[in-house]
Design a protein around this ligand. Structure first.
Ligand SMILES: Nc1nc2c(ncn2[C@@H]2O[C@H](COP(=O)(O)OP(=O)(O)O)[C@@H](O)[C@H]2O)c(=O)[nH]1
Ligand SMILES: [Mg+2]
Length: 203
């Protein structure tokens, strides 16, 4: 939990099980060394993570999601589609970005493969996050400015690189949420790392 002053506290919920989601706004009360969540404010939307087996609430109060994929490693079309559907269902704006444009051949292949998405109203933003010149990211930075954005994409796409670029040191501070997409009995080999970053300007 983070206070309006930017102080971070570990808070427990009143009930046995935490009902909180990433992005929740809460009313809390200080206890001796930490805090208790008294109430979760109404949510303006909820982003769900879904697979064949279950649906799990994942993050809330979002302005948009950034689906970050890259020329390499290959990405799964079903994960891309699921993310788009989950966003549309909650009226959250999706942005698709294809990273690693410096890898010319795989990038051209992926770009071609994304043609249907480019032809829908989404568009796809080409990126090379490793090239640290601001000019390359100015478009993305404009889209993220002042917005609460959930960044998701497969492992290796460049999420950590992006977060470091936006807020050097943020990874050490906030940590990163990583989890298997299909954990449980019918586990597949696909794993997705997801990082959440508030892209609002610092207070
Ligand atoms: N060639 C190339 N590599 C990149 C680019 N952006 C990130 N990478 C590299 O891709 C790898 C995975 O990036 P990382 O940010 O850790 O991905 P994450 O798993 O989504 O957090 C790292 O070795 C990065 O240095 C890029 O634009 N071009
Ligand atoms: Mg990472």
């Amino acid at each position: 939990m983070e206070t309006p002053q930017g102080q971070r506290l570990i808070c427990h919920s009143r009930g046995k099980k935490s009902q909180g989601l990433v992005g929740d706004r809460v009313l809390w009360q200080a206890s001796t060394d930490e805090g208790t969540i008294e109430k979760i404010e109404p949510r303006r939307n909820v982003f769900y993570r879904q697979d064949e087996i279950r649906t799990k609430s994942f993050a809330t109060n979002l302005d948009q999601i950034l689906i970050l994929i890259a020329a390499e490693p290959e990405f799964s079309s079903s994960q891309l589609s699921r993310a788009l559907i989950a966003a549309e269902a909650e009226h959250i704006k999706p942005i698709i970005a294809l990273n690693k444009s410096d890898l010319v051949e795989p990038f051209a292949r992926a770009w071609e493969w994304l043609r249907p998405y480019r032809q829908m109203h989404y568009g796809v933003l080409p990126l090379s996050l490793k090239q640290s010149s601001e000019v390359d990211h100015v478009e993305l930075l404009k889209l993220l400015h002042g917005k609460t954005t959930l960044v998701l994409g497969p492992s290796g796409a460049g999420k950590s690189t992006l977060i470091n670029l936006l807020a050097p040191g943020a990874l050490a501070q906030t940590g990163e949420i990583s989890q298997a997409l299909n954990s449980g009995k019918h586990t597949t080999t696909s794993t997705t790392g997801t990082g959440w970053i508030p892209t609002r300007p610092p207070r």
